[in-house]
Structures are given as structure tokens and as C-alpha cells.
Design a binder for this molecule. Structure first.
Ligand code: IVH
Length: 691
């Protein structure tokens, strides 16, 4: 292709993609693909300036304003930022910054690059009067009513002295946990499913009805001051962020002052390693010269600040080819379509499988075998297909995905009950896949924690029909186990016998598992909707396992965190004859052929709070790493003052104690508008009480 043709192609493609991204909140390709072509365009324009077209996307600050909202002008434009991708470019950046200051080692404020939507918030005499999107940088959309529904955005600033006028810039984003919850619910109940948290945030913020925005789990972090009058601002970026925090604006806790290229590099690596555990998407770091004086002296190019750069992380979304779809049967019989992909490096790992959830999801995505798809892998969530790149589809080489009518494992009919998203194999006991998954769940770490029973051994046990239920595991002799023939799997080895040594180990592990805390036993049974925390609640509130088996609906509903769905699954489970038979076999004692499990009851939760203790009735949550004490010490101190300490944030949480690198609890607190207490304030407050 000639240069001119390639150039025109790039401009048109990028412009088309930008409209889909900014105006429709529905990207056509992953960001990494957009960035790749954008870079190619930049290089072409740099090498041959005569090519540069009027409508080149490099001429924009970014995005275009849509007309549904009232347009507002930004008195100080919202700038875009240059980006870099490797160590060499990082050193170039640091060198430029240093040269500007006669070669000194430069101090930077290093921040996470939040992957949401940039907004400007205007406070007049401390009162929030306007919220606006970036739009094209100069003109944005008035979204005041919508930003007011975001609980972490203060409607009024804190403190006795507040600026007369403050235009603060920051990012509105949807935490990963909120995004997953939202999509899960939308998949079940038929709502809008979003490709990623950023699109979810954009789509939610630009709702014409603020009541819709209010229902979306959005939050906000401030990171820059566009304009400020009638207030003495400190003279570094970092100190300004602290000033914003004091005014009640949430600031990301992973912001740090670092020195020189080595400091920047260390920050980048450290944040990259924390990335999977964060509850929000970040697509890199933003590195800003800390001194405001230097920032002002360096100023801006037409589009970007000279004193800041975005150092991007490897992408969490990539394109690859969908090679095939297979169907997996889970422990409850749910049939899940699994995408088999051309291996692709994404979000820090090579991915070759991704879930397609269910039949509706396949329809929603309109995906076909042979398509180029977008794979998203963020945090510890299993990889997902977040979109199809329709423009790369070759209609002649794709084929429809056909959802099976019969179980691929046992041939039983697959049924989909009304109102359920999942299709299930009706084989029950005869389905080896269900039994296999049930056993794997039973032996897993959070359940009975029986070491050694990996998927190949369980597969062989079920295949050889040595076990027909989880209770049969305890009846296996060393000989039964030793004679198992293990499938070679796909590592090319020959099939082999399990052997006596391993068999003895397995038998020992089974024997050692008999006495088990009641919560683990409850979880191990695999009751639908009963995860580890619900199992713990049940174990704490029923004196014996027998009491739980005979629980009534209202008893269950009276417990914290147990809703009608879980309660009904629990009742159904204990009403089912087969389940009662298995339980009775598991609990049976007396002869050689009994499993003899002993669920050990937990101490009842009767920690009576002293009513006059200073923090009585208040529930605290601790997140992040505390530097002055460990978490258990902090917990004990709070409890000694009569407070309750909980593991999860809800509306009932009084405050969240926040250390370094906090996780999802921090964002949840921001989302719910729960008070956040940082470690220094916490330590001071404890000292007041003499603890
Ligand atoms: S500072 C003049 N800081 O990156 C510089 N931007 O700016 C003003 N972004 O879409 C921006 N995290 O929404 C800044 N810690 C951070 C940021 C950040 C994310 C976004 C911002 C904009 C893009 C380029």
C-alpha cells in the first residue's frame, strides 16, 4: 500500500473508532489496537509532514462533544497527555525534565493512571455547582445532576476556609467489583452488559436520567486543579493532592513522591505488581514534576503538559481469534460455553480459554467461531470475551456456535428452566462431570482441604466408577486407589498406575480430614449460593449441624447477609432425599465402612458489647497495610474500645481504616460514601483513648 493510501486509511479508521469510543461508549477495538495505529499515524506524520490531513485525529485534544447534554465551556481546557511505553522512553522523559532544571535530580509526584472518565467539578464557595465531561477538551457536557449522585463526590467542601472558586479535575470510574456485580446481574436479568469498567462508567455518567446514574456503582478520585481562586494552594502537586483530600475530595491512596528515573521505574514496577489486587482498572502511571513552579515554567504544548507523561502498562484487553467453543458441565449441572482461543498475552498471562457464560451471552455478543474477539483479563477474575471485532470478520470462514441439547458428558437432556440464565444437564447422579466437579469442590482448600486429589485422580476415580458420591471417598482402600489408571492428559506421557505410595498419602489425607470446622463442612456440601462467608454465618448461628438441617425459612432470613435466594437453596438442599442420604453417610460412625465426619461447631457469636465503651455500636473495616501495627493489633485495639471489626464494607460500616495500597474495601467505602480514616489520623485517635 502506498504511504498516502495507508495514511488515509489510518485517519479514517481511527476517526471511526473514536466516534464509537467517545460518543457511543461502545469501542470497536481494544485500546491497545487503537494506540498501535495512532502511534503508526504519529510516526508517519512526523516523517512526512506533507501527509498531515485536516481531519487527522492527532489534531484533537480527544473526543467530541455530543448534543444530548447542554454544552459547557471549560475556562481552562482539559488536556490530554503524552504517553510512553518502555524504559528507554522513561529515561528520555526524565532527561528532558532534568535538563530543564540544570541537570538536577527531579522530584516527581507519581500516580496511578485511572481508567475511567475525566471530569471537571466546579465548587463555588465550597458548594458543588457544576460537573462536566471533558468533551473535546474545550467544550464538554453538563452532567451536574449525574455527578451529584456519586456518593464519594462531596456536595460541599470540608473545612472552615474553602476556595472561592475551585475547578478540580479527576476521574469518575466504576470499581471492578461493582462492574462484575453489575454485569452478572445484567446477564441474569437482562440489563445492559458493559465491555469493561471504563465503558460502564462512561455509559452510566452520560445518562439523561440521573436516577439511572444513581443506581450505578460509580466513584471518583481527584488528581489535578484546573483553576483555584481565593485559597492558598501549596506549591507541589503532592501537597495539593493532600490539600484536596483535606477539603473532602477523595484522592487515590497509591500516590507517591519519588526521585529521578530510578524512583519512577520503581514506582511503575511496584504499581504493576499491585495492579491485579486493586479494585479498579489502571492503565499505567502518570508521572508529574512535583514542583508547581517548574510545571508553570514548562507549560503546555498545544495538546499536552510538558511536565507530565503517562507511562502505560501492558494492556488488559487484547484481540485474538476464537478457534472453537466447548461446553463444560459444572457441579450443579450448569453448562458453560468455553471459548478456545489462539493463545494471547493479556493482563500479565497467556490466555487460551475464556468463559462465554451462557447461551444469552453468545447471542448478545453475536460471536461466531473464527471471529476476532476482544479478551479481557483483569485482576483475578477469569478471562472474558468482552466484544467481537466485527470489522475483521471474514463471513466465509466463520461458523455459528451451536448450544448442545444433550450433555456432552453423559448424554442426558440439557434443560433451561424459565427465568434461569444457565442451561443444566438433567443427568444428576449419572453425569460423571457433575460428580467430578462435586468431588473437586468437596476436597478443595476452603472446603474439606483434602490434599492430593487433583483433577486427574478425581477423573480416574469417577471414570472407574469407584465412587458414586462424595461419601464414597472415605470408603476407598489403599488398594482401590493404588490401582487407579491415570489418563496421560495432554502432556504426551503414557497412562500410568497411581501406585501405593501416592495411594497411602491420599488415604492418610482422607483420614486427617474427618474432624472439620462446621463452616467448612457446610461449604463443602456445595449448596447453591452458599459460599465461604455464608457458610461461616450459618456455622456461627446454629449450635449443631443437625439444627441447621432442620432450620426454618424465617430463622435463615433473620441471619445477616442471607437473602431469600440463598435461604431457599438451603431449604431445598436439605429437603432432597439423595442429599440426606449422602449427608447421613458422611456423618455415619461405627464400623469400618463409615465416613465418620465430625463437623466441629464454632463458638457462638455472643460477644456482648459493653454499652458504654467509647466505640460501642460502631463497625469498622480495615484495609491496606498499616505501617505502625499489624492488622490484628489494630483490630484488637478497636475491639478494646467496644467497636466491631468487620471484613466487608456495607452501608452499616461506620468507617474504614485505610493503610498503604488498600484494595476493594477502599473503593467500596468511597462508593457508599463511608467515612475513610487514614493511618496517621487513626493512630492519633487511638492515642486520645490511651490505646
Ligand atoms: S492529570 C494536565 N492524573 O489521563 C494534566 N490524568 O490526561 C491533567 N488520567 O483522560 C491530567 N489518571 O482522565 C492526570 N492521575 C492522573 C490521571 C489522569 C488518569 C487521565 C485523564 C485523561 C488522561 C490524560
Amino acid at each position: 500500500m502506498s504511504d498516502i493510501k495507508r495514511y488515509r486509511d489510518l485517519v479514517d479508521t481511527l476517526n471511526r473508532w473514536a466516534v464509537a469510543y467517545y460518543n457511543d461508549d461502545a469501542p470497536l477495538v481494544p485500546d491497545a489496537e487503537y494506540d498501535r495505529l495512532y502511534r503508526e499515524l504519529e510516526v508517519m506524520e512526523h516523517n512526512d509532514p506533507t501527509l498531515v490531513a485536516q481531519d487527522s485525529p492527532t489534531h484533537r485534544v480527544g473526543g467530541t462533544a455530543v448534543t444530548a447534554f447542554e454544552s459547557v465551556e471549560h475556562s481552562v481546557p482539559l488536556m490530554s497527555m503524552g504517553d510512553i511505553f518502555n524504559d528507554e522512553e522513561l529515561h528520555d522523559f526524565d532527561r528532558r525534565m532534568s535538563e530543564f532544571q540544570e541537570g538536577i535530580q527531579v522530584e516527581y509526584c507519581a500516580e496511578p493512571k485511572l481508567d475511567g472518565l475525566a471530569v471537571s467539578l466546579i465548587y463555588e464557595n465550597g458548594v458543588l455547582v457544576r460537573g462536566a465531561t471533558r468533551g473535546d477538551g474545550k467544550v464538554g457536557e453538563n452532567i451536574t445532576a449525574n455527578v451529584k449522585t456519586i456518593k464519594s463526590i462531596p456536595l460541599r467542601l470540608n473545612g472552615e476556609t474553602v476556595p472561592e472558586y475551585l475547578d478540580v479535575r479527576g476521574e469518575v470510574f466504576m470499581p471492578r467489583s461493582g462492574f462484575e456485580r453489575w454485569n452478572e446481574n445484567a446477564r441474569l436479568k437482562g440489563g445492559k452488559v458493559f465491555a469493561n469498567p471504563r465503558n460502564a462508567a462512561a455509559g452510566s455518567l452520560r445518562q439523561l436520567d440521573p436516577a439511572v446514574t444513581a443506581r450505578r456503582p460509580l466513584t471518583f478520585n481527584a488528581y489535578y486543579i484546573g483553576e483555584c481562586r481565593g485559597y492558598d494552594l501549596p506549591d507541589t502537586q503532592y501537597a495539593r493532592l493532600q490539600a484536596l483530600k483535606k477539603l473532602g475530595l477523595p484522592v487515590n491512596p497509591n500516590v507517591k513522591v519519588v526521585n529521578g528515573a530510578s524512583g519512577l521505574d520503581e514506582f511503575y514496577k511496584d504499581l504493576l505488581s499491585k495492579r491485579p489486587a486493586l479494585d479498579y482498572d489502571i492503565d499505567g502511571t502518570v508521572l508529574k514534576v512535583n514542583s508547581i513552579k517548574v510545571q508553570e515554567a514548562m507549560g503546555f504544548t498545544a495538546k499536552v503538559p510538558r511536565w507530565a507523561i503517562a507511562y502505560k502498562f501492558p494492556p488488559e484487553e487484547m484481540m485474538t481469534k476464537l478457534l472453537d467453543v466447548t461446553f463444560q458441565v459444572g457441579r450443579t449441572g450448569a453448562v458453560t460455553p468455553v471459548a478456545r482461543l489462539k493463545p494471547v498475552y493479556v493482563g500479565g498471562a497467556t490466555v487460551s480459554n475464556a468463559t462465554l457464560h451462557n447461551e444469552d451471552e453468545i447471542k448478545r455478543l453475536r460471536v461466531k467461531i473464527g471471529d476476532i474477539v476482544v479478551v479481557r483479563r483483569a485482576g483475578d477474575v477469569i478471562p472474558q470475551i468482552s466484544g467481537v471485532v466485527l470489522e475483521k470478520r471474514d463471513a466465509n470462514s466463520v461458523k455459528d456456535i451451536v448450544f448442545p441439547q444433550f450433555c456432552p458428558e453423559c448424554g442426558s437432556k440439557i434443560e433451561r428452566l424459565e427465568g434461569e440464565a444457565a442451561a443444566r444437564c438433567t443427568g444428576g447422579l449419572v453425569c460423571p462431570a457433575q460428580l467430578r466437579e462435586e468431588i473437586l469442590h468437596f476436597v478443595s482448600r476452603d472446603a474439606m482441604d483434602i490434599e492430593g486429589f487433583g483433577s486427574r485422580i478425581v477423573e480416574a476415580l469417577v471414570g472407574a466408577k469407584k465412587v458414586k458420591s462424595i461419601a464414597d471417598l472415605y470408603l476407598l482402600t489403599v488398594e482401590d486407589l493404588a490401582s487407579l489408571v491415570l489418563d496421560p492428559g495432554n502432556d504426551g506421557k503414557k497412562a500410568r498406575l497411581l501406585g501405593v505410595v501416592t495411594a497411602k498419602k491420599l488415604r492418610k489425607a482422607l483420614d486427617a480430614s474427618r474432624s472439620v470446622p462446621m463452616n467448612r463442612f457446610i461449604y463443602a456440601l456445595g449448596i447453591r449460593e452458599v459460599g465461604t462467608s455464608t457458610a461461616l454465618t450459618l456455622a456461627k448461628n446454629f449450635k449443631t449441624f443437625d439444627d441447621l438441617m432442620h432450620a426454618k425459612l424465617n430463622q435463615l432470613l433473620n441471619l445477616p447477609d442471607i437473602g431469600i435466594v440463598a435461604a431457599e437453596h438451603i431449604l431445598d438442599f436439605f429437603a432432597e432425599k439423595h442429599n440426606l442420604e449422602v449427608i447421613s453417610a458422611l456423618l455415619a460412625k461405627g464400623d469400618l465402612f463409615s465416613a465418620g465426619i465430625e463437623p466441629v461447631p464454632l463458638p457462638q457469636i455472643a460477644e456482648q458489647q459493653a454499652e458504654n465503651a467509647p466505640l460501642a455500636g460502631k463497625t469498622y473495616v480495615i484495609t491496606g497495610t498499616l505501617s505502625s501495627m499489624d492488622r490484628s493489633a489494630a483490630k484488637e485495639k478497636l475491639q478494646s474500645l467496644g467497636a466491631k471489626v468487620s471484613g466487608s464494607v456495607s452501608k452499616k460500616t461506620y468507617a474504614v481504616i485505610c493503610g498503604e495500597a488498600p484494595g476493594s474495601k477502599f473503593t467500596k467505602a468511597q462508593e457508599l460514601g463511608v467515612k475513610i480514616i487514614y493511618e496517621d489520623e487513626f493512630v492519633k485517635a487511638l492515642a486520645k483513648f490511651g490505646v
